[in-house]
Ligand binder design. Structure first.
Ligand code: SF4
Length: 238
C-alpha cells in the first residue's frame, strides 16, 4: 500500500458518488482487469447508481469470462455485455481471416473497431458520463491521464477515478476486500485484453507491453518472428 492510500480511496469513493448524482445516467466500462474489479467492488458494495458493462468481443480468454460469472455470484449483479455486429465480424473473418490483425496495424485497428469501438459507441449512447479503470502509472501513454475529461468523440464526460492509484494500491484493495479477479493476473498478465492479442510480460517490462506486442520493437526481440511485415510465429511464453 502506497502512502496516502486511505485518502485516495476516500476520494475515489466520493468521486463515484458525485458522478452518480451529477451525471445521470453514468456507466462504468469494465475490462474485468484488476483495476476494474476495484471499481466494480466500490460501486456494488456501496450501491452507487452506476451501471456496469463490458465489451464481449468474442475473443476474450476463458479466465476473463469466468470473472463475469464471479461478479454475478459475489454481488448478485449481471454485468451488461455488448457484442459486435455479427455481420461485420463475419465479413472480416470471411474476407481477411479471423486472425488478420497480425498482418498489419490497419487490419488490427479494423478488428478492434468492429469488436470494441462500435459496440462501445452503442454502450455509451444516451449516457451522461462514463468511467474507466485507467491509471497514470500503467504506461507512458497514460502518464498525463486526467481524472476527468470531456470525451468529444462520444460527446459525454469521462472519468478515470483510479488515475493516481498505484498498482500496489489496487492489489491492496483487492486483497483487503476479497475482490474476485482474473486468474491471468497470477500468470504474468498485468494487462488483459482479447486472448490472441495479449501475452504475459517479463519482470521490468511496461505493464502494457503484452498487448499487441508484435507492434512494438521490444516484443520483436522477445521471440516474435516477422517476415515481410507478417507475423509467422508467436511464442506466448516470451
Ligand atoms: S484486441 Fe485483437 S482480437 Fe480483440 S478486437 Fe482488437 S485486434 Fe481484434
Amino acid at each position: 500500500m502506497s502512502t496516502g492510500f486511505t485518502q485516495r480511496l476516500a476520494h475515489t469513493q466520493a468521486l463515484l458518488e458525485r458522478i452518480a448524482t451529477e451525471f445521470t445516467p453514468a456507466v462504468f466500462a469494465s475490462s474485468l482487469a484488476a483495476e476494474d474489479m476495484v471499481l466494480t467492488d466500490l460501486i456494488l458494495r456501496n450501491k452507487i447508481n452506476i451501471g456496469i458493462f463490458s465489451l464481449q468481443t468474442g475473443r476474450l480468454p476463458p479466465e476473463t469470462l469466468a470473472v463475469i460469472e464471479q461478479v454475478t455470484t459475489t454481488y448478485d449483479y449481471a454485468i451488461e455485455l455488448f457484442y459486435p455486429n455479427p455481420q461485420a465480424v463475419a465479413a472480416y473473418v470471411d474476407n481477411k481471416g479471423i486472425d488478420a490483425f497480425y498482418d498489419s496495424v490497419e487490419l488490427r485497428k479494423e478488428c478492434c473497431h468492429i469488436r470494441k469501438v462500435e459496440p462501445l459507441g452503442r454502450a455509451l449512447s444516451g449516457k451522461a458520463a462514463w468511467i474507466t479503470g485507467q491509471r497514470r502509472s500503467q504506461s507512458s501513454t497514460r502518464a498525463a491521464l486526467d481524472e476527468q475529461e470531456h470525451d468529444t468523440a462520444h460527446g459525454l464526460e469521462k472519468f478515470n477515478p483510479l488515475a493516481d492509484w498505484s498498482e500496489e494500491d489496487v492489489w491492496h484493495y483487492i486483497r483487503t476486500h476479497s475482490v474476485p479477479y482474473n486468474a491471468l493476473h497470477d500468470a504474468g498478465y498485468p494487462s488483459i485484453g482479447c486472448a490472441p492479442c495479449t501475452r504475459a510480460v517479463q519482470p521490468g517490462e511496461d505493464i502494457r507491453a503484452g498487448r499487441w506486442w508484435w507492434e512494438t520493437p521490444e516484443s520483436k526481440e522477445c521471440g516474435l518472428h516477422v517476415v515481410d511485415g507478417k507475423l509467422v510465429r508467436i511464442n506466448k511464453s516470451n
